[in-house]
Every structure is written in structure tokens, then in C-alpha cells.
Design a protein around this ligand. Structure first.
Ligand code: ADP
Length: 370
């Protein structure tokens, strides 16, 4: 537990005589209850006999308070110290989660006198659950660490290749070979930076701020067109089918990006001369689905949950060989969240995968295109 004292404005005010005189032991000062009820923190007021005078529902649910007792001994000790000297104190506490053996919740706590030294002896305890903000911090830290690592790999390779070219300056054939490898690494770097920009752009627009009607036919046509060269290079047939004329509300560029990522994966993780099929359909009440099915290597059951995480790859060597950044499916997931939709996957190892994008239909059918 870390405790800090603060002689801030509230601390000095607590020593003042104006507040000191208005306290009656065992009673809340007028207006305090209504102030406490609007605070987002769990709030507890303890009187001069260490009895809890008031506790928010959250403070009870978290197990900080039971009946009229503060249940965390360090908190009680802190409240007594504050009552004695009127100094505001802050600390971080691990509190056991009620009925979850071994688990704790981390609280940032502020304890302040509520009435001054020698007044009613009331002490206010404000506690904020830190679990979510810690998790977010952790995710950010991991992301920065992973991104730096991912950037280091191609940059390191470029430095090494440049050195090799210097050493082989007299061998024209070797220079050409290494220069071509340099180009590949530079391309990898470009894709990574591009995907990072796309990811941060999407996260900034969840949900899509200015959704417009988007024809799924147009999304399919554009994504298939942009994937055609990669598919042809591997002899993979790209086919589209299903319902036509479906319209959703959203951002066409983002939806094309999402579908293109799925198509490029389908091509990258399939053997040559197989088939990739993209199709649209109405699903249930007012929903549309776009799915991409391949006859590729499939995804092991245990990895299905994790493939949407940033930089998660089932087989890092294969992803590297195909020029993958590890961000494609994370981008797809965020695009779908921005459209009130979701992405799901079904896969059988060795037989193929089917990714499905589902989102609300705009509620209107366009003319059947000829
Ligand atoms: P990457 O750039 O590595 O392809 P993605 O985020 O697009 O990153 O995908 C994450 C991982 O999911 C891939 O590395 C791959 O292991 C797996 N994966 C994605 N799509 C498919 C697919 N159609 N078939 C098999 N595996 C796939």
C-alpha cells in the first residue's frame, strides 16, 4: 500500500476554524449527502467512533463496508490518522473481492477530514476502482512495446542488407539480389506504418461520425478488384455471389478496407489454385452479412479467440513470408465496431475458414443492379 499525504487546499481548509465549529458528532453536515450522491467514486463517511455514517452502494458492493464498519483495516488506520492531524492522505489499496477467493480489486483512495480537527471527527473516504484504467494502461504499454518490436525487425534487416551490399560492391549479381531484399523490407515497413495509421484512424471514429448509405455490391466490387492481382499471382479464383442490392449505413472506404483485409488473408493462407468466395446476404431482422470463405490452411480452435488481437499470428514465420503485419484482423474488428457490427469466424484446420461481417441493414432495398 502506498500512502501519500497532501497539504493541498482542502487540507489547509480542514484546519480552519470556520468548519470546525459546525460539527455535531454522528451527524452529516448539511448538504454533504447530496454532494456525495453525485460523486462517481465510492464514498464512505466515518464518525469519531470509527462507525460508518454513510456509504454508497458501490462501497458496500465492493466489500469496503459491512453494516457500520469499514472492512479494510489499512483504510481504518488511515481514517484515524486523518482524523488526528487533519491532513489529506492518498493511497492505493488492494481489497479482496467478496466471494472471489484470491482476487483483489485495486482502489485509489483519498481520505480527508470532513469538518476539521476537533470538529465532529468525521472523515470522508473516496475510493476509485482502478481495474479498468490499469487494464487500459497495460494494453497501451503492450501495444507500444509490440509496435517498437515490429518496427525494429525490418529496420534491422535493412541495416544488415545495406552492410552486405557494401561488402559485395564488386559482385553485381549479389548487389541486385540484396537490393531486391531491401525493397521487400521497405515494403514491409510501409505496410506496417500504413496499417498503424489505419488502426488509429478507425479507433478515433468509433462509431462512424457521418454514416452514409453504402451499397454492399460496390464494397464487394472494389475489394475484389483490389485483391485480384494477388489472387491471380497464386492461381486463386475469386468469386462473388449471394444477394444483391443490400445497403448499410457507414463509411464505404472503411468497409472496403475491412473486406479487402479478409480477402487478402484468404488468398495468403490458401494453397495455390483454390477458390475464395465472397457473398452478401440478409440475415434475420434487418441485418446484413458479408462473408469470405476459403479452402485454405484453416485456424486451430485454440487460436480462434486471439487472431483479432493486434500482432497475434498463428504462425509468425508464415505471416512474415506473406508480408502480413499482424494488424489486419484488428483493423477489421474495429471497422465493425464502428458500424455497430461484428466479425465472426468459423474454421477447420486443413479445410478452410469463413469470416463473416454482420451489421444492421439500412432498412431499404436498392434497385436490383443489372
Ligand atoms: P497477418 O498480417 O499476420 O495476416 P491478421 O491480423 O490479418 O495478420 O491475421 C492474424 C492471423 O490470423 C494470421 O497471422 C493468421 O495466422 C490467421 N489468419 C487470418 N486469416 C486467416 C485465414 N483466412 N486462414 C488461415 N489463417 C488466417
Amino acid at each position: 500500500m502506498a500512502i501519500r499525504t497532501r497539504g493541498g487546499a482542502l487540507g489547509h481548509q480542514a484546519h480552519g476554524s470556520r468548519l470546525r465549529s459546525v460539527q455535531q458528532p454522528g451527524r452529516l453536515p448539511p448538504g454533504v449527502a447530496s454532494v456525495l450522491s453525485v460523486l462517481s467514486s465510492s464514498a464512505v463517511v466515518v464518525d469519531s467512533n470509527d462507525r460508518v455514517l454513510r456509504a454508497s452502494a458501490a462501497a458496500r458492493a465492493f466489500g469496503l463496508v459491512k453494516g457500520d464498519q469499514l472492512m479494510v483495516s489499512e483504510l481504518l488506520a488511515l481514517a484515524r490518522q486523518v482524523r488526528r492531524d487533519g491532513e489529506i492522505r492518498e493511497g492505493v489499496f488492494e481489497v479482496p473481492v467478496p466471494s472471489a477467493s484470491g482476487r483483489t480489486t485495486s482502489f485509489a483512495v483519498r481520505v480527508a477530514p470532513l469538518g476539521g480537527v476537533g470538529g465532529g471527527g468525521l472523515v470522508l473516504v473516496l475510493a476509485d476502482d482502478q481495474t479498468e484504467s490499469r487494464r487500459v494502461d497495460e494494453v497501451k504499454r503492450d501495444f507500444v512495446a509490440n509496435t517498437s518490436h515490429e518496427l525494429k525487425t525490418p529496420v534491422g534487416a535493412l541495416a544488415l542488407l545495406a552492410e552486405t551490399i557494401e561488402d559485395a560492391a564488386d559482385d553485381a549479381e549479389a548487389v541486385r539480389r540484396f537490393a531486391s531484399k531491401m525493397r521487400q523490407e521497405a515494403q514491409r515497413l510501409t505496410s506496417l506504418v500504413q496499417d498503424l495509421i489505419t488502426l488509429s484512424r478507425i479507433q478515433a471514429v468509433e462509431p462512424v461520425p457521418d454514416p452514409r448509405p453504402v451499397s454492399l455490391d460496390a464494397v464487394i466490387a472494389e475489394a475484389v478488384d483490389r485483391c485480384r492481382m494477388k489472387a491471380n499471382a497464386r492461381g486463386i479464383a475469386l468469386a462473388s455471389g449471394g444477394s444483391r442490392g443490400l445497403v448499410v449505413l457507414g463509411d464505404e472506404d472503411l468497409l472496403v478496407t475491412a473486406l479487402l483485409n479478409l480477402l487478402e488473408n484468404a488468398v495468403a493462407y490458401s494453397p495455390e489454385r483454390t477458390r475464395v468466395v465472397v457473398s452478401a446476404r440478409r440475415a434475420g431482422e434487418g441485418n446484413a452479412e458479408l462473408s469470405v470463405a476459403d479452402q485454405g490452411i484453416g485456424i486451430p480452435e485454440r487460436d480462434l479467440e486471439r487472431i483479432f488481437e493486434r500482432f497475434y499470428r498463428v504462425d509468425p514465420a508464415r505471416s512474415r513470408a506473406t508480408g502480413g503485419t499482424g494488424l489486419g484482423l484488428a483493423i477489421v474488428k474495429h471497422v465493425m465496431a464502428a458500424h455497430n457490427g461484428k466479425v465472426t469466424v468459423r474454421s477447420t484446420e486443413g479445410a478452410g475458414s469463413a469470416f463473416t461481417l454482420s451489421f444492421p441493414l439500412r432498412g431499404e432495398r436498392q434497385e436490383e443492379p443489372k
